[in-house]
Ligand binder design. Structure first.
Ligand code: PLP
Length: 380
């Protein structure tokens, strides 16, 4: 039988990190010892109290049945309390909080709730690849917003043509930013709220890295800005905050109408999040103050060592205030793909080419500080 894939599948390139995994496998088979600075997957274990809570919760037969679609009220209440403690933002756990099977899941589904064929979605370039692909899956057209060094890697909303803005349904933003590690201040978010109101655009703020910040810096929630809750939704994840990438737990908060529309899509696609994991997530949010100092100290040391080392060998990189990524300019004469290939083939260092995150990422590579210091020294 001839297996013919849907056009939506044909139009997407292989998932960036799946492609890098394939290349890594090839090099390993050749016997290369790899230093993997590719994907941003924390190497430090989940804090013990969270693991203990999961163990206990897993024994409870109540949790072996289907969970509720929107998430346990205890988990959603813990999210609301954490938002109040951390950001001073009040949320109604019943209507303004939704559990997610990792924030990627929510980001992947939200265009299905709002985007119809012919609609634009504003997508940062470079940016987390899921914004673009989820837009395409929903039949929308991504309109790329270049993130450039001279603008602090913030999009210039004033440069978006009016004709595009008028046909736009969603705007994706993400600060602290992957891959550039840039941060955003309140004035930027205020500009975003104004823009969203003017053109009736729903703002999707991806705050996956809000709790990975250094030197005492505390990233803002988009929801802290006046009017944000009327125009937007914010995606969060326990993945990077508590080293829980494998657990698959995240949440979305914000405007109740937007949250419930995403919930409606999810009700028809998934059956919620294993309740024992929600109990563990509740433990994490209630028990710890974030950013978690013991995690942050480790990343700070790695960042300082790596930035110093890379600068000493002549590479241009700024020390990030947040995220565990370094956004490094290519040496002269190399494209991003050539530089990552050189690092992989000659030194066994896995990094990510900047253009894999969008055309404007050309000229850079990204390294994740998710291996220990001795391996980072070796990489230098
Ligand atoms: C910017 C950004 N958003 C969202 C995610 C998804 O995180 P998760 O699905 O583990 O919550 C990631 C993961 O790397 C990310 O970099």
């Amino acid at each position: 039988m001839r297996i013919e894939k849907a056009k939506r599948v044909e139009q997407i390139p292989p998932y960036l990190f799946a492609e890098i995994d394939r290349k890594k496998g090839e090099m390993r088979r050749k016997g290369m010892d790899l230093i993997d600075l590719g994907i941003g997957d924390p190497d430090i274990p989940t804090p013990q109290p969270i693991i203990e809570r999961l163990k206990k919760a897993a024994e409870n037969p109540k949790h072996h049945r289907y969970p509720s679609y929107e998430g346990m009220i205890e988990f959603r209440t813990a999210v609301a309390r954490w938002y109040e403690r951390r950001f001073g933002v009040m949320l109604d756990p019943k209507t303004e909080v939704l559990s997610l099977i990792g924030s990627k899941e929510g980001i992947a589904h939200i265009p299905l709730a709002f985007v119809s064929s012919g609609d634009y979605v504003l997508v940062p370039s470079p940016g987390y690849p899921v914004y673009r692909v989820s837009t395409l899956f929903a039949g929308g057209t991504p309109y790329f917003l270049p993130l450039q060094k001279e603008n602090g890697f913030l999009p210039k909303l004033s440069e978006i043509p009016k004709t595009v803005a008028e046909k736009t349904k969603l705007l994706f933003i993400n600060y602290p930013n992957n891959p550039t590690s840039a941060i955003a201040e309140k004035t930027f978010y205020e500009e975003v709220v104004d823009f969203a109101r003017r053109y009736q655009i729903i703002v999707c703020h991806d705050a996956a890295y809000s709790e990975v910040a250094f030197d005492g810096y505390r990233p803002l929630s988009f929801m802290e800005v006046e009017g944000a809750k009327e125009v937007g939704i914010e995606f969060h994840s326990l993945s990077k905050t508590f080293n829980m990438t494998g657990w698959r737990i995240g949440f979305a908060v914000g405007c109740s109408e937007i949250v419930s529309a995403l919930g409606k899509i999810k009700e028809n696609i998934d059956s919620g999040l294993f309740q024992a994991i929600q109990e563990a997530g509740t433990e994490a949010l209630n028990h710890f103050d974030t950013p978690l100092p013991e995690i942050i100290k480790i990343y700070e040391r790695r960042r300082d060592m790596m930035v110093k080392g890379l600068r000493e060998i002549g590479l241009q990189v700024e020390p990030p205030k947040a995220t565990f990524y370094l956004w490094i300019q290519n040496p002269k004469g190399y494209t991003s793909a050539q530089f990552t290939a050189l690092l992989l083939e000659q030194a066994g260092i896995v990094s990510t080419p900047g253009n894999g995150f969008g055309d404007t990422g050309e000229g850079y590579i990204r390294m994740a500080l998710t291996v220990d210091e001795s391996r980072l020294k070796e990489a230098i």
